[in-house]
Design a protein around this ligand. Structure first.
Ligand code: F0G
Length: 422
């Protein structure tokens, strides 16, 4: 039996195509045929040479796209990201057993590659000619790279002036058509859905359930690396809520397979100025109210996340929590993660800032085992990093600034000697 799409609201089933909402309006998810084999299969794939199983995504092929022919897989390969522990970061967050899974180590510098390899491969299977996405930057960088590799036309819609130069430069360089939309990510999201319907682009945002399938492998790989021993908490930055949704789906599938016994609690962390999901969860509301987003963490500057309905289930099912952190807290946590030598982009640091906050509230206990997901590479948003260290970031007083020093002449001088001996 091939994989199907199923509505999370009414249970209606569909052949996988390019429509991602049920007739009743509910979101669709992928359901696979029940599995009949054990974890020795993925264990044996841990160190293979060559694609596709050397990919930290396709190693779990039977759990993400079992029916796909190997020849259709478009892979770099991706995944195989490291887990770091750093004393300064755990001291800062207030938990002894804190680790960081660094998804910024993916080929284009963010976790998006995990979902993109699956969804672009599916686009190839569907014989799509063009693929499209709206993006705060990372999705567009990733999609542009995979579209180039697959020989597909790529069209990305970005909020004008709102995405970092690093990410914009990737989309341009990999050759996608970049459309700058006046307004926010949410406006770009609306337009890309219209354009895809009208012009037949295969939509590659995380509303596409295949993206979610790929992103599940963050959890599969994390637990595999930990010999299938789950932590107490997994903490993730939350924007459009694709990851939160994917993490919950991955965990419930692993429990169903009997590969793990305990489900970690998921904490989704939003930026204070872009926190519609937090407001919904906190207020106990049954639907999400869109808002105008504002945050220095441009990757998660989203006011109307498309996957909220999947994500809220995950928070409920994992006994999870949603919280918010301010821009100042995000940038301070980033300075700590950067200063530990690990480094990440601003949105990623929301996870570490979130742990610190949840520890201070007594929600996370200092002796619990916590994994933060760092979603993007330190080089992704150098403007924010330099802005912080030079004190030019709006609304943020840098407590840990490390500004460059200018000297008057290219030679040793008394003043330079003084600076260097400090
Ligand atoms: N962290 C980074 C670095 C991101 O780029 C994103 C999302 C998120 C966190 C939030 O993840 O949407 O699954 O809750 N970036 C999207 C983009 C929106 O267009 O690149 P989410």
């Amino acid at each position: 039996m091939p994989s199907k799409f199923r509505c999370i609201r009414c249970g209606g089933e569909y052949e996988p195509g390019s429509v991602f909402n049920c007739e009743c309006g509910g979101l669709l998810e992928v359901v696979h045929e029940p599995m009949r084999w054990g974890r020795h299969v993925v264990d044996s794939r841990l160190c293979p040479m060559g694609v596709p199983y050397s990919s930290g995504v396709w190693r779990y092929k039977e759990l993400i796209h079992p029916g796909l022919a190997a020849g259709m897989i478009v892979t770099r390969p991706e995944g195989n990201t490291n887990i770091y522990t750093r004393k300064v970061v755990s001291n800062y967050a207030g938990v002894e057993k804190l680790s960081m899974k660094h998804e910024g180590e993916n080929p284009t510098g963010s976790f998006k590659d995990r979902g993109m390899t699956v969804a672009v491969s599916e686009a190839v299977r569907q014989k799509a000619k063009a693929v499209a996405c709206a993006s705060t930057g990372n999705t567009s960088a990733s999609m542009a790279a995979y579209a180039a590799q697959a020989g597909l036309r790529g069209v990305v819609f970005i909020p004008e002036g709102e995405i970092s130069y690093g990410k914009l430069s990737q989309a341009l360089a990999y050759g996608s058509k970049v459309v700058q939309v006046p307004g926010s990510f949410d406006d770009a999201m609306r337009i890309v859905q219209e354009a895809s319907r009208e012009l037949g682009f295969y939509l590659l945002n995380s509303i596409n359930p295949w993206r979610v399938e790929g992103q599940k492998t963050i959890i599969f790989e994390l637990l595999h690396q930990r010999a299938w021993v789950p932590p107490d908490w997994i903490v993730v930055p939350a924007g459009n809520l694709g990851n939160t949704s994917a993490f919950g789906k991955a965990l419930s599938e692993l429990v169903e397979l009997g590969w793990v016994e305990k489900v970690p609690r998921i904490a989704s962390i939003q930026a204070e100025g872009a926190a519609p999901f937090y407001k919904m969860w906190k207020g106990g509301c049954s639907s999400l109210e869109a808002l105008k987003p504002e945050t220095v963490a441009s990757a998660i500057k989203i006011g109307n996340p498309v996957s909220w309905e999947k994500a809220i289930r995950v928070i409920r099912e994992t006994d999870g929590v949603v919280d918010v952190v301010s821009d100042a807290e995000i940038m301070e946590a980033k300075a700590i993660v950067d200063g530990s030598g690990v480094g990440c982009e601003p949105a990623s640091a929301a996870s570490v800032a979130g742990v610190r906050k949840l520890v201070s509230k007594g929600v996370i206990k200092p002796d619990e085992d916590v994994v933060c997901v760092l979603t993007g590479n330190i080089l992704k948003d150098s403007d924010a990093t330099i802005g912080y260290h030079t004190g030019k970031l709006k609304g943020v007083t840098p407590g840990r600034a490390n500004a460059p020093t200018r000297i008057d002449a290219g030679a040793m001088s008394a003043s330079l000697r003084r600076i260097l001996s400090q």
